[in-house]
Design a protein around this ligand. Structure first.
Ligand SMILES: [Ca+2]
Ligand SMILES: [Ca+2]
Ligand SMILES: [Ca+2]
Ligand SMILES: [Ca+2]
Length: 227
């Protein structure tokens, strides 16, 4: 969350022009609006409820259209649509925030061992992101668009399968445990890892990933293994 806050303030200061009508190519459903000058929790309860239901319908419509093949989210142009494409949006966003292009970037795949993956981005990919990554239609490409994209990608996955290899096993439990223990000692995960855990790792739906979820995952894994 801290990292997002830094990016947010940077983008306000940054003077780089943002693309307009960014969602012209993909016909995304309309994201519900709500008053911006008031904290969400200060809105009347029925307005909060209506907004949350609006988000729910928006996401359902997005998932349906994605499954019908209406969206092309292969932003790094490698022929696959996956979480890597989300990292390209995040990188593009950080370029806008600091008003500087960086053709190479890395992201950390393991916060404990500091393993990372190196990626390169070019202008063709940037153009595609500018044109098609404004998924919530607010004329900005920002992490909240990534959040919607990952919601759709993870929606089709097995809950608990946080490494999305199609099965629930001890490796998923171990990833969840790592995320949880890093968090508890304030090692920051990136935005995409946070969303991955929020959508796939929170098995008891209490809004956080912690020891309860990992023990649930391990129990579920042993149950599947002995079936
Ligand atoms: Ca791709
Ligand atoms: Ca947007
Ligand atoms: Ca797995
Ligand atoms: Ca949980």
């Amino acid at each position: 969350m801290k990292k997002t806050a830094v990016f947010m303030s940077a983008i306000i200061v940054g003077a780089m022009a943002l693309p307009t009508a960014a969602n012209a190519k993909n016909d995304y459903p309309s994201f519900p609006t709500r008053p911006k000058d008031i904290e969400f929790t200060d809105l009347p309860e029925e307005e909060q409820q209506a907004y949350l239901e609006g988000v729910e319908s928006y996401r359902t419509a997005l998932c349906t259209a994605y499954q019908n093949g209406e969206y092309d989210w292969d932003f790094n142009l490698d022929g696959e649509t996956d979480v890597m494409d989300a990292y390209y949006i995040l990188h593009y966003y950080s370029e806008l925030a600091v008003n500087t292009k960086r053709d190479e970037f890395i992201f950390i795949t393991d916060y404990t061992t500091k393993e990372y993956t190196a990626c390169s981005i070019n202008d063709e990919m940037r153009a595609k992101i500018a044109e098609e990554a404004d998924i919530n239609g607010d004329n900005r490409v920002r992490p909240d668009d990534i959040s919607q994209m990952l919601y759709v990608l993870y929606n089709a996955k097995l809950k608990g399968d946080v490494n999305t290899d199609g099965k629930l096993d001890a490796r998923d439990a171990s990833d969840m445990l790592k995320f949880y223990s890093n968090n508890s000692v304030n090692i920051q995960s990136d935005y995409i890892t946070e969303k991955n855990m929020e959508y796939l790792g929170d098995l008891n739906d209490d809004g956080k990933v912690d020891a309860n979820d990992t023990s649930y995952a391990l129990a579920e894994y042993s149950r599947l293994a002995t079936e």
